[in-house]
Design a protein around this ligand. Structure first.
Ligand code: ACM
Ligand code: ZN
Length: 566
């Protein structure tokens, strides 16, 4: 307690002194912590509340329910915690990806989990409120509900025979009255514990597959005049939201659940949408009249790597350094400013198994969210903010918070920072096999546009290829040129099924008809190039056409970003 008081005092004085002088730019300055995939003790959350509040965060969104475990005591539905607050192991890859996926009781050997009692949550709410933070509870529906369907299997859809239950797909049956009875029981108690103006009812990533084969869903869709059982998502969200609204609370949903959410109806509804897809989705929803909170994954998902992945502990993927978080510009949205309620950073915790790791992923990136939320367009320059972030990380570490060490950041891949001039830049590329439609990068010009990729294959610069002999291209330099060498970089990330080429050949030609194969060398990656391997062909000869063919091992992807001729 002494330590947290000191932290609060220090940070209040230094972190946000200037921020507190002006009216905050946005009313919502949020931090989400997923306590389902991994469970964190109330003492940990209190410590974060101290730091977050001093930084200017004013909402702590708790993702309380998901397949990873149900984390809130519900007195009228005790099976939720009794049967699904523990699981057979902590490790997400072994438990979820590896397919174990069994729940457990606290006495099961190696059982992992826990839940918050209502008393603990009420104390936490009071603790947060005293520090200017409102705790926003999230109860997932209709998807991400594997644990609910384990504790209460009759909320599953039916098989076509109408007599047996469908397998657990994670989606509640939106056509079973029992579903609504459980949700009412849960939300009644949730609202009694959390005075929050907003209650988050999830709504993301329902897969809806069981609904299509469920006779009860088919009948419900028909009775409601819906063209597809998929639209039962909107029915469920609308029905639950109206019920919550009738109790005087506003509803929040993830963006794919906006359809069905009662929009501002002139009464006091004002439900809001949390946008985790791109800012284009935010623009669309704003145009439709919704209030939005911005938490686009590309800027706000704090479970992504914050530094070059090969230098970091296992994270979810991606690459989201502090600089990128700070580049989020809610003020550049075209819509009515009052409808952008604010910004939020989300810490999903599949790969955040410990409190120390949670702090490492939160700080300093959540400080950037706080700064954007507090100051909007009046924020400090990036250079000044980075200096401030570095100082704060040092001070937080001194206070026993396991902040990331910004001073020793590897930073962006150097080659990706500025365009590269080379002899194949602008060359026409003929694709004899198509690149993946999921990873087109810059399309047909991606491999000769001078732009190298950064540390993640999802950054829009790495072009992806899949399948046997996946990469097969011919570059036309437009005219015969003397070339010293040619090189291509490939990324390796076996966790994401991205491998180096199993075969890789370059052949050159003066006329585009008769090609000569050139032997290559592979340059070992250095510390600064980590997972990125460079292949080089010494030519010292004139050439106009360059044909590059590469095949990944079976079942793997290839990613390359630029074919460079010198
Ligand atoms: C989400 O990331 N599924 C909201
Ligand atoms: Zn159903």
């Amino acid at each position: 307690m002494l330590r947290s008081t000191l932290t609060a005092l220090f940070l209040a004085a230094s972190l946000s002194a200037s921020a507190q002088q002006a009216q905050p730019a946005y009313a919502w300055r949020g931090c989400m912590i997923d306590v389902s995939r991994h469970f964190f003790a109330p003492s940990f959350l209190q410590r974060q509340i101290d730091v977050l509040s001093a930084a200017g965060i004013n909402r702590l969104h708790l993702h309380l329910t998901d397949a990873g475990g149900w984390r809130i005591e519900i007195k009228s539905r005790p099976l939720l915690t009794a049967l699904t607050a523990w699981r057979t192991q902590s490790d997400w890859d072994a438990w979820w990806v590896g397919g174990d996926r069994q729940y457990a009781t606290p006495t099961t050997p190696r059982a992992y989990g826990g839940y918050y009692t209502q008393n603990e949550l009420q104390e936490l709410v009071a603790y947060a409120r005293a520090r200017g933070i409102s705790i926003v509870p999230e109860i997932e529906m209709p998807g991400h509900s594997e644990e609910v369907l384990t504790a209460y299997p009759t909320l599953r859809c039916l098989q076509p025979d109408s007599a047996t239950l469908a397998p657990n797909t994670g989606d509640l049956c939106p056509s079973a009255e029992e579903t609504y009875a459980l949700l009412r029981d849960v939300l009644e108690e949730v609202m009694a514990v959390f005075p929050s103006e907003y209650i988050h009812i999830g709504g993301d990533e329902a897969n809806r597959t069981a609904w299509r084969n469920c006779p009860r869903c088919q009948a419900k869709a028909k009775a409601l005049g819906l063209s597809s059982t998929d639209d039962l998502q909107a029915y469920l969200i609308g029905r639950v939201a109206r019920w919550v609204n009738a109790r005087g609370r506003r509803v929040l949903v993830w963006d794919e659940a906006a359809k069905g959410l009662p929009v501002d109806d002139g009464a006091d509804t004002k439900n809001a949408v949390m946008v985790w897809h791109g800012t284009d989705v935010a623009e669309r929803l704003l145009a439709q009249g919704y209030d939005v909170i911005l938490t686009p994954a590309d800027f706000c998902y704090l479970d992504y790597y914050q530094d070059a992945p090969h230098t970091q502990p296992r994270a979810f993927g991606g690459y989201l350094p502090l600089r990128k978080v700070y580049a989020l510009r809610p003020e550049s949205l075209k819509a009515d400013k009052g409808k952008v309620l604010g910004v939020q950073g989300n810490l999903w915790t599949e790969y955040v198994p410990t409190e120390a790791q949670a702090e490492y992923m939160l700080y300093p990136r959540i400080l950037a969210i706080a700064e954007i939320g507090m100051k909007g367009a009046r924020r400090r320059s990036w250079k000044r903010f980075r200096r401030y972030g570095t100082e704060q990380c040092i001070e937080l570490q001194r206070q026993g918070i396991n902040a990331f060490n910004l001073q020793s950041e590897t930073g962006q891949r150097a080659e990706s920072c500025s365009p590269l001039k080379h002899k194949a830049r602008g060359a026409m590329v003929a694709y004899h096999r198509p690149y993946s439609k999921y990873y087109p990068a810059g399309g047909d010009v991606a491999l000769t546009d001078g732009l190298r990729g950064d540390w993640t294959h999802t950054d829009g610069r790495w072009q992806g290829f899949y399948g046997k002999e996946a990469l097969d291209i011919t570059l036309d330099l437009g005219r015969q040129q003397h070339l010293r060498n040619l090189s291509a970089d490939f990324m390796e990330n076996l966790g994401a099924d991205i491998a180096l080429p199993e075969t890789l050949t370059l052949s050159v030609s003066a006329d585009g008809r008769s090609f000569q194969e050139i032997s290559k060398s592979r340059l070992q990656p250095t510390k600064a190039s980590g997972p990125i391997h460079r292949y080089l062909w010494n030519l010292n000869a004139p050439a106009r056409y360059l044909r590059l063919q590469a095949a990944p091992p079976a079942g793997k992807w290839l990613f390359t970003d630029e074919i460079v001729a010198q």
